[in-house]
Design a protein around this ligand. Structure first.
Ligand code: SF4
Ligand code: SF4
Ligand code: FES
Length: 244
């Protein structure tokens, strides 16, 4: 940030309300290295204590601070104002799309997390788990495929960016399908048949239109589009084997 910009005034338009509401404008001071979450926190602490939003870790770990910033979903604790400010020098903050709004910038995440469960996005040890640690060499293709998607923080950015979720509220969505793919590649897991059944329903991987918004916007550089393509291949292979 230049000396001239630092200390100048930043105009911020923030959505207030639920599905109905309006944008409210605030003016705050620009500071060096200021993040979008810093801006929202300053507004809530110094200007309007009734502003609702969510955050926890402030360091890109918890996934709770995502919002739509100047038209695009982002994690706000790791997004500097200088990276996203528009040509007119303003910030426009809205709640994530494709989620019901609880209030202002806070959205209802229950359906999003339920879909992780619906996609069987949890480890299934089977009836007789081995008592010892499994050795899964890092260089194997399965381990590498699982590792590529494992750092998901559940922020909802991909889900907010996905047009198929907007059209079909039942679509499992990129985060849940990405999670399922990490487990399909987990050689210790014993729930593959049920998982592939779950993700091959009409609301599953075949509904993805491969338009890459999830992959373009994921702040953790995960590629749900490729995970979903992998699920499509796995579902087809299983069908060719007679669902075994
Ligand atoms: S690639 Fe598939 S999951 Fe990702 S945004 Fe597009 S339709 Fe949604
Ligand atoms: S895949 Fe990426 S964008 Fe989607 S919830 Fe996980 S971390 Fe967020
Ligand atoms: S506050 Fe935890 S990821 Fe942003």
């Amino acid at each position: 940030m230049t000396g001239a910009t630092q200390g100048s005034t930043l105009g911020v338009d923030i959505w207030r309300g639920t599905e109905t509401g309006r944008f409210q404008t605030f003016a705050i001071t620009r500071r060096a290295h200021q993040t979008v979450l810093d801006v929202v926190t300053e507004i809530q602490r110094e200007h309007d204590a009734t502003l609702s939003y969510r955050f926890a870790c402030r360091v890109g770990m918890c996934g709770s601070c995502a919002m739509v910033v100047n038209g695009r979903p982002r994690w706000t604790c790791r997004t500097r104002v200088s990276e996203v400010i528009d040509a007119g020098g303003r910030l426009r903050l809205e709640p994530l799309r494709n989620f019901a709004i609880v209030k202002d910038l806070a959205v209802e995440m229950t359906q999003f997390f339920d879909k992780l469960k619906d996609a069987k996005g949890y480890f299934e040890p089977g009836p007789a788990p081995t008592p010892d640690f499994a050795v899964v060499p890092p260089a194997t293709p399965e381990r590498q495929a699982a590792d590529a998607g494992i750092e998901c923080i559940g922020c909802g950015v991909c889900y907010s960016a996905c047009d198929v979720v907007a059209w079909d509220k039942d679509y499992l969505g990129p985060a849940a399908l990405n999670r399922a793919w990490t487990l399909v590649n987990d050689v210790r897991d014993r729930g593959q048949g049920e998982r592939l059944d779950a993700v091959s329903q009409s609301n599953g991987c075949q509904a993805c239109h491969t338009h890459m918004s999830c992959t373009s916007f994921c702040p953790k550089a995960i590629a749900p589009t490729y995970a979903i393509a992998g699920l499509k291949r796995a579902v087809l292979r299983r069908a060719l084997r007679g669902n075994l």
